[in-house]
Design a protein. Sequence first.
Length: 240
Amino acid sequence: MRSSLLCLDRISKSYPGQGPKRESVLSGFSLDIRPGESLGLFGPSGSGKSTIAKIILGVEPPDSGQVFFQGRMVSNRKIRPDRLFYRNVQMVWQDPFVYMNPFVSIRTSIIEPMAAFGIGTTRERRYRADMLMEAMGIPLSLGRCRPDRLSGGQCQRAAIARALGVSPRLLICDEALAGLDLVLQVDIIEHLIFIQKKFDMALLFISHDRGCTARMCSRIITLTLCPRAQGPPQEDSRNE
C-alpha cells in the first residue's frame, strides 16, 4: 500500500434489487495503481466498472472497504474525499457535452478549475490552457468557441485538457473514447500517452473495448458478468 498511489481495499457495494434482497456488484474488491502507471479496467456493461469510479471519487459510498490515496485513507462508508484529493484526482466522463459548460468558451472551461484551485496568475492560467490545447491537438483558434461549435472528438480533447489543468497525479477516464471513430480513438490515445509520460501521471482507463484498453495500458484488470459479485480482480499485463 505504501508504494501505491491509489488503493481500493476490500470494497463491497450492492444496490436495491427486486423484492427485499439487494443485488451485489462488488464483494471484497481490491486494486492498486502505482505512480505513473496506466491501469486498464476492462469489462462489459454492468460489470461494475463505473461503480468503481464513483466509489473512488466519493460519488457513491461503498457498503464496506476503504479507499487510500498516497497511503492516506480518503474514503469509506462514512467519509468522503476532501478538496486536496480532487486537486490530485481528476475525471473524464464519456459525453463531454453533458458536463462542459455550454455557455462559455473552451478556453474558459479549461481555465476554470485552475482558478478554482488558485493555480497561477491569470496570465499563467491562459498560457497553460493554450499549452494543454496544443498538447491535445486542439487548434488555438477553437479556444474561443463554445462546446456546441466543436465535434465530439474536439470536445473530448478539451475535456481532457480541462482535467489536466490542475496537474493531477491520477486521471480517470470512464469510457472517454466510446462513440468516437477508430481514427479519433487512436489519435487521442497517442496524445494521452504523450501527456502521461510528460507529466508522470497515473491513468485509470475504464472501457468495454479491449483493443483501446490494450493500446493505452500496461496492466489490465478484467471484470466479468457473473451471478456472483466481483471478487479478486483478474489481471494481465503486456510488455512495453
